[in-house]
Design a binder for this molecule. Structure first.
Ligand code: GLU
Length: 438
């Protein structure tokens, strides 16, 4: 069936965003998408982009929802929803993580894909942005159930992914093992090994040195650059002591900072004299969470966010710093290890209170930077040393940090606004140079 396009398209059809963003009860995912669209709108305003291009950039190029049947250990069949969104592919293949989380939805995945687009453009790596999600609690699944779920999800999105098309990676609730299953499922279907289809793989399957701690290393680099003074004795609170926050706390402590509080799903702990991060990580490995760590006092999650520290590192999920708690945030510097932890309303309050925010698309870019290095190594069938990886990561992080700071100072923007102006601007330029087909 062909679609008839009237020769004179009514204006309303042009100005109404064609993508069906459904209004309705504001899910956390919908709020994340609203934040992402607000940030895009601000950047588009600074760049003077026309309405057509704004709509293009506000709209994912491809968005797939799949039903994933999973056979449970007791023989039952469960069906969960999965998503893969390719927000933009104008600068290269789509790139972005895969999240397993019960609250994920198409809106959240779209927001996360959009942030990936700006992040890759900002740090100058040749990718567009993507994200995947499966609405499931991985902690409720056995390893074999997780494997079946991952393989079936991958087979449902198989036509979309590939080393030249879209390259998944770990995100919340997924890890090296998940990536190994994805690589295997894709390779079995291709008939040969395709390591470049995912990043964040185990070393034995073509993973890269430095990838596991890359996001956290990037957070450390960004935090130290933003501090602009000796880290000795600088107090830090880390919200989310997981894959990103755990090693980030360690790297900051190694640099001389005093990590005084951390939290995870089990609770929050505080020690004014500084926590022993290695001992705390050993405790978490043994017990499954920070709660009950003997060398610290307990805190509530809210108390951690509002703690009087120099640096706050939100390193878990979106929407933790909001208009409701931003007035009580006392940290002088916020370094976003998570994607989207601060809402636009909170951003305004923090800016008015003189709090500097190093935004997610800059602060947590270390992960996708080393993913890119992993993919380049896979495409060349060659491996770099950890020293080479570390050097390239630092170069790209510090280069982007310098560009963002310079633009922010020149135009009187926040670091987030400047980062978005650069990221969105590069993608807009790619669109303009390529032109529109047909
Ligand atoms: N999930 C990470 C992020 O949000 C890494 C993505 C990647 O390496 O492709 O940046």
């Amino acid at each position: 069936m062909s679609i008839m396009v009237p020769s004179k398209t009514p204006a309303a059809l042009i100005t109404t965003a064609p993508y069906p963003y459904t209004p309705g009860p504001a899910s956390p995912g919908r709020q994340a998408l609203d934040s992402a669209l607000h940030q895009l709108d601000q950047a588009a305003g600074h760049l003077g982009l026309d309405d057509g291009l704004r709509t293009m950039l506000a709209t994912p190029r491809r968005s797939l929802t799949v039903s994933v049947p999973v056979r449970r250990e007791d023989g039952r069949l469960d069906v969960v929803q999965g998503f893969r969104v390719q927000h933009n592919v104008s600068r290269g293949p789509a790139k972005g993580g895969l999240r397993f989380h019960p609250a994920t939805d198409i809106h959240e995945v779209t927001a996360l894909a959009m942030w990936m687009t700006w992040k890759c453009a900002l740090v100058g790596i040749p990718y567009g942005g993507a994200k995947g999600g499966v609405a499931v609690d991985p902690a409720a699944l056995s390893t074999r159930e997780k494997e079946r779920l991952t393989r079936r999800y991958v087979s449902e999105i198989l036509p979309l992914i590939g080393p030249e098309k879209d390259i998944p990676a770990p995100d919340v609730g997924t890890d090296e093992q998940t990536m190994a299953w994805i690589m295997d499922t894709y390779s079995v279907s291709a008939g040969y090994s395709v390591p470049g289809v995912v990043t964040g793989k185990p070393m034995t399957l073509g993973g890269s040195l430095g990838r596991a701690g890359a996001t956290s290393r990037g957070v450390q680099i960004a935090a130290l650059a933003a501090l602009g003074r000796s880290p000795e004795g600088v107090t830090v609170a880390v919200q989310g002591f997981g894959k990103v926050g755990g090693p980030a706390a360690q790297y900051l402590a190694d640099a001389g900072c005093k990590v005084v509080a951390v939290s995870d799903a089990t609770g929050a702990v505080h020690r004014a004299g500084g926590l022993d991060i290695s001992r705390l990580r050993a405790w978490v490995a043994e017990t499954g969470g920070v709660r009950g760590f003997a060398e610290a006092e307990e805190l509530t999650h809210d108390e951690l966010i509002e703690l009087d520290v120099d640096v706050l590192v939100p390193a878990a999920l979106e929407g933790v710093i909001t208009e409701a708690n931003a007035p009580r945030v006392r940290a002088r510097l916020i370094v976003e290890g998570a994607n989207g932890p601060t809402t636009p309303g909170a951003d305004e309050i923090l800016a008015a209170n003189g709090t500097t925010v190093v935004p997610d698309i800059l602060a947590n870019a270390g992960g996708v930077i080393v993913s890119y290095l992993e993919w380049v190594q896979n495409m060349q069938a060659y491996a770099w040393s950890s020293g080479e990886i570390e050097l390239k990561l630092r170069d790209l992080m510090l280069g982007a940090f310098a560009e963002v700071s310079a633009l922010a100072a020149e135009r009187g923007l926040s670091l987030r606004q400047a980062a978005h102006v650069i990221g969105v601007g590069r993608v807009a330029e790619a669109h303009q140079m390529r032109g529109l087909y047909p």
